[in-house]
Unconditional design. Structure first.
Lengths: 112, 111
């Protein structure tokens, strides 16, 4: 079993829809949870970063962490065609190491 | 402009010929990492560094070496490349808990 599981998609939605992207994980020691967006032929860019559990909002993006269920989510409101990309979740344990585990990514297509 | 710069962007080489991929950041970040990205496997961490002269293995370190002699540079060395190291490589840096900046990527083909 992989430490981090993410549905690869592709996920196609109409413009304006609310998108929900999810990852599950098995290592209860993970404390940092990140979401990255990667456009084709580009490096990933950090979208959201959460330490421990709870919600975080930034514009149209909301990240949620449920440590009891080992489940994290990224919601995109009012999705736009420019949101079409691959979304990667990533996690790491806290101090003493900088070891990261990424999900395999979910491809999202927002149709105009 | 804050950036992570990798060179070269594209490289085709032959099995066994030593190569180095350079990575440089201009943000004075303590943390730097190397990743490889393969279809269906996602991003996997090769090595990371938490400061000058401090490096440690990620998930897939076999066949790679790194060094961190200066804060800004973190080269990735393949002493004897093999075809299974054909991949897209990314360098990243940050000063906090998340990888804030990734380089543009280096597409390596080993024949």
């Amino acid at each position: 079993q992989k430490e981090v599981e993410q549905d690869p998609g592709p996920l196609s939605v109409p413009e304006g829809a609310i998108v929900s992207l999810n990852c599950t994980y098995s290592n209860s020691a993970f404390q940092y949870f990140m979401w990255y967006r990667q456009y084709s032929r580009k490096g990933p860019e950090l979208l959201m970063y959460t330490y421990s559990s709870g919600n975080k909002e930034d514009g149209r993006f909301t990240a949620q962490v449920d440590k009891s269920s080992k489940y994290i989510s990224l919601f995109i409101r009012d999705s736009q065609p420019s949101d079409s990309a691959t979304y990667l979740c990533a996690m790491r344990v806290t101090s003493g190491t900088y070891k990261y585990i990424f999900g395999t990514g979910t491809r999202l297509k927002v149709l105009a | 402009e804050a950036q992570v710069t990798q060179n070269p962007r594209y490289l085709i080489t032959v099995t066994g010929k030593k190569l180095t991929v350079t990575c440089s950041q201009n943000m004075n970040h303590e943390y730097m990492s190397w990743y490889r990205q393969d279809p269906g496997l996602g991003l996997r961490q090769i090595y990371y560094s938490m400061n000058v002269e401090v490096t440690d293995k990620g998930d897939v370190p076999e066949g790679y070496k790194v060094s961190r002699k200066e804060k800004r540079n973190f080269p990735l060395i393949l002493e004897s490349p093999s075809p299974n190291q054909t991949s897209l490589y990314f360098c990243a840096s940050s000063s906090e808990g998340a990888e804030a900046f990734f380089g543009q990527g280096t597409r390596l083909t080993v024949v």
